[in-house]
Ligand binder design. Structure first.
Ligand SMILES: [Zn+2]
Length: 132
């Protein structure tokens, strides 16, 4: 039987079983460091104020030159303190470490396309996306 690694991360507040609630709760997480802070790509670390769980959020945006309503995409992945430390140490190169980071761990995706509804759903690891 496969181990559900996701069970060991976060608390009911920061990492609930429902993806839409999990995305809503992201706003209450405390911002920590932002190793990569480009306007269309960012890697940020946050922390749950209740349980101290560290989260990695990766933001991608593609520029839509037509009307400026740019498609945006986020991946949220709970990380260990060791993983958070290595991302901070990598600084602006942290983006290169994302693909190897816990590819089988449950992550949260939030997709805000140019057209159509916003969606929050579960995925695995950091989902690579193009960005400008
Ligand atoms: Zn928590």
């Amino acid at each position: 039987m496969a181990t559900q690694e996701c069970e060991t991360f976060g608390c009911v507040t920061c990492w609930p079983s429902d993806a839409v609630r999990a995305w809503d709760h992201l706003t209450v997480l405390q911002g920590l460091e932002e190793p990569v802070a480009e306007s269309h790509f960012s890697v940020r670390l946050r922390c749950c104020r209740q349980c101290g769980q560290r989260f990695l959020t990766v933001f991608y945006e593609t520029i839509d030159w037509d009307d400026g309503k740019d498609p945006q995409f986020w991946t949220v992945l709970p990380v260990t303190e060791t993983e958070a430390g290595s991302l901070i140490a990598a600084g602006r190169h942290a983006g290169f470490e994302l693909r190897a980071l816990a590819p089988q761990r449950r992550s949260l995706c939030h997709d805000s396309p140019k057209a159509g509804p916003k969606r929050s759903y579960w995925s695995l690891g950091v989902v690579p996306r193009p960005h400008d």
